[in-house]
Design a protein around this ligand. Structure first.
Ligand SMILES: [Zn+2]
Length: 348
């Protein structure tokens, strides 16, 4: 029974769930003198407070309040249900799209890096080494700042010929990306390789080696091999990208948009970025705009494989084949269909 109970909610959601109830009971206590049981007036008060406070998740707060009431053994009447429905409707009305992170252009980071004197130097004190490369790698693998700050050297596999690199961000789904630069397999300069995920990663590994850091250290570390905090990762990113509004999810978004501009289909972006839902479409935003325009002119938006930028078809198939995720079959099937189409196009 204990094990069953532990599985009701993910461990990571337990804190936020408690915080939601704390907010609800706080509002009700101050406004109505107490929380449970709910009644019409308490429900309306709660909804009004949440709406006035600009809570985007007001709906889930209201449902949580109902859940507490019902689990407390109190009766949930038709009237309460009706009031709840009206409150949810009011709270959801006029909500625009959610606030998402600001993105940046990977190309700009590469350009700024190429113009720098010593690109291996952190741009802020205690910030990540090789900060320009670090931003590109994190964006190419679509990491959150926190993920970027916690990837260990051991999770990274680099092919000896620098043709591809694999990063395992957990969840049994290592993702391999191929070299996308024209410089061949030798470690090239930023100028030559631009946004190539493999060679940017290779330079970070090289810099780590020159500092004498072992595999167990964080990949995006500072000069002494220590992990860089999420905040410093973001501060550093703001400098190398020139976008002062970058935040936790900016590298994830920038990567998704980069692939979208390179004609990588949405489901593949979703796959490389380990998105479980179509939230990815919010990130891609209007990066598909130009492709859509081409499509409207009767041109295909599906370019040949060579225009895929950092993602390579075989790299993706390999990653999919390694994965134990339950959706493997679906992903593989979709990949296969897409590849057949893409290959046919290349042969033409
Ligand atoms: Zn390369």
């Amino acid at each position: 029974m204990q094990a069953l109970g532990n599985g009701f909610y993910a461990r990571t959601t337990q804190g936020p769930r408690a915080a939601v109830w704390l907010t609800i009971s706080g509002i009700l206590k101050r406004a109505c003198g107490g929380g449970l049981p709910l009644n019409e007036s308490k429900l309306l008060t709660l909804a009004a407070a949440l709406e006035e406070g600009g809570y985007r998740a007001a709906k889930s707060y209201l449902y949580r309040a109902k859940q507490k009431h019902v689990r407390g053994g109190f009766e949930w009447s038709e009237v309460l249900q009706d009031v709840l429905k009206l409150c949810v409707r009011s709270a959801s009305r006029g909500l625009g799209p959610g606030k998402t992170a600001n993105a940046f252009l990977l190309e700009n980071v590469a350009k700024r890096g190429a113009a720098g004197i010593n690109v291996a130097q952190p741009v802020i004190e205690g910030g990540p080494i090789a900060p320009f490369d670090a931003a590109i790698v994190a964006a190419a693998w679509m990491m959150r700042a926190l993920e970027a700050a916690s990837v260990l050297g051991e999770q990274v596999t680099m092919a000896h010929d620098f043709a591809e690199a694999t990063i395992d961000l957990g969840r049994g789904c290592p993702t391999s990306l191929r070299c996308s630069c024209k410089c061949g397999s030798a470690a090239g300069s930023l100028q030559e390789s631009g946004c190539c995920p493999v060679h940017t990663l290779a330079r970070i590994l090289e810099e780590r080696e020159s500092l004498g850091l072992e595999g167990k250290y964080c990949r995006l570390c500072n000069t002494s091999g220590h992990a860089v905090s999420s905040k410093k990762t973001i501060d550093s990113l703001r400098i190398v990208s020139g976008e002062s509004t970058c935040s936790e999810h900016s590298m994830r978004k920038a990567g998704a948009q980069y692939y979208a501009r390179k004609s990588v289909p949405l489901f593949l972006i979703q796959f490389i970025g380990r998105w479980g839902s179509l939230v990815v479409s919010q990130y891609v935003g209007n990066a598909f705009l130009e492709l859509a325009l081409k499509a409207s002119l009767g041109e295909s938006s599906l370019g040949p494989v060579s225009t895929w930028g950092g993602a390579s078809e075989s790299g993706l198939v390999r990653a999919a084949a390694k994965s134990d995720a339950p959706t493997d079959q679906a992903v593989l099937k979709a990949l296969e269909a897409w590849l057949n189409k893409a290959n046919a196009r290349v042969c033409e």
